[in-house]
Design a protein around this ligand. Structure first.
Ligand code: SF4
Ligand code: SF4
Ligand code: FES
Length: 365
């Protein structure tokens, strides 16, 4: 029984109105279509029917049609959703359904966007760090620890949360300093991991990933198709624990004894200012930026764009003291997050030669 087989459904097919964004990075417009819809279909079925009938060149990305690959993300009537999980029965029969590409990421064509931003942030997130001397296969964890982080491991990387977050949705300039909710839960997951030897995940999220710019609007949680409680179980506990440490009386005392200028800056602050970070949501908006050392090598590296075809520099790891903690100064002042290890001059959309996937050249087809 195929989705295109009207006999498969009980009710006869109906004609429905669709308005779909067509275009590329040079611009585009909404185009109207009238298309047949059968009982039990989802929005992706209708897009496939349009490709088979009125719009054979309509571009959209999909793989599993089962809500598991995370590739069919788009905005349906303005709300970020998986098109393969959005049932046509959730709309009234006289409703015009508007489908647009994800707004936060640069357009490639029609409903397909360049989500490289997320892969850059993934590479910047420090990887799982097993304790030295424990070989793979020798890792042992209690079931309770497996279950604690299981919620975050359900992420299908659809990037709907990244797309809806106001910190970057309307502020391209914030992308350098802000990793986004998907990578905050990655940090939270690793922070809960009993075998992760890094014990500065929260501080790193605050200092390097822009955790401070999140003002807990919970939009990310609202759109997550895996129902991950991104804010309640990931972001808020991390924020609370960063604050706990920041207002720890001993840390406070240390900040009084060592004034900022007296403690040497470390590699956490490598000196490239990403500028003020703007936030339409308010509370997370303005932060002062702490200065750091000016490393000519790092300056030179920062001038290079991201090129996924070459070896990229490893993400900058923060220096920690002999207790594995970030230096005191890192915890006692606000800053606008650190520079991207890929350089501050990355602009979107990335030029085609910097993309690591086949970018079909329409002129050749
Ligand atoms: S809760 Fe934070 S991360 Fe989530 S959408 Fe709002 S500002 Fe962004
Ligand atoms: S956290 Fe949820 S919304 Fe965000 S990428 Fe993962 S599955 Fe998608
Ligand atoms: S096609 Fe895989 S999640 Fe929709």
């Amino acid at each position: 029984m195929g989705a295109n087989d009207p006999q498969a459904a009980g009710k006869p097919a109906t004609k429905r109105q669709f308005r779909i964004w067509r275009g590329d990075e040079n611009g585009g417009d909404l185009q109207d279509y009238t298309v047949e819809v059968n009982e039990g279909e989802v929005v992706l079925d209708v897009i496939h029917r349009l490709q088979a009938t009125d719009a054979p060149d309509l571009a959209c990305r999909w793989n599993c049609k089962a809500g598991k690959c995370g590739s069919c993300s788009m905005e349906i009537n303005g709300k970020p959703k998986l098109s393969c999980m959005t049932r046509m029965s959730t709309f009234t029969e006289d409703e015009t359904i508007t489908v647009t590409p994800l707004r936060t990421f640069p357009i490639i064509r029609d409903l397909v966007t360049d989500v490289s931003f997320n892969y850059e942030k993934a590479r910047e997130t420090p990887a799982f760090a097993p304790p030295p001397g424990v070989a793979p296969g020798d890792y042992r964890m209690q079931q309770i620890d497996v279950e604690r982080s299981q919620e975050f491991r359900k992420c299908i990387e659809c990037f709907l949360c990244q797309n809806v977050c106001h910190v970057v949705r309307d502020h391209e300039e914030n992308k350098t300093a802000f990793s986004g909710p998907r990578y905050f839960i990655r940090a939270a997951e690793l922070d809960m991991h009993p075998l992760d030897a890094r014990n500065d995940r929260k501080e790193y999220a605050q200092a390097e990933q822009g955790l401070g710019f999140c003002n807990i609007t919970k939009c990310c949680t609202e759109v997550c198709p895996e129902h991950i409680k991104i804010t309640d179980n990931g972001i808020i506990p991390m924020k609370e624990r960063v604050v706990d440490r920041k207002y720890d009386p001993l840390v406070w005392l240390g900040s009084k004894i060592f004034r900022r200028g007296q403690v040497p800056q470390t590699s956490v602050t490598s000196g490239h200012s990403s500028g003020a970070v703007h936030s339409s949501g308010g509370a997370g908006g303005q932060h002062s930026h702490a200065g750091g050392s000016h490393d000519p090598q790092a300056e030179l590296q920062a001038q290079k764009g991201v090129n996924w075809h070459r070896e990229v520099p490893h993400p900058t790891a923060p220096a920690v003291d002999d207790r594995g903690k970030l230096p005191l100064t890192e915890l006692t002042f606000d800053r606008a997050a650190a520079p991207s290890p890929f350089g501050d001059d990355v602009t979107f959309p990335l030029p085609p030669e910097h993309l690591n996937f086949a970018h079909p050249d329409q002129d050749k087809h």
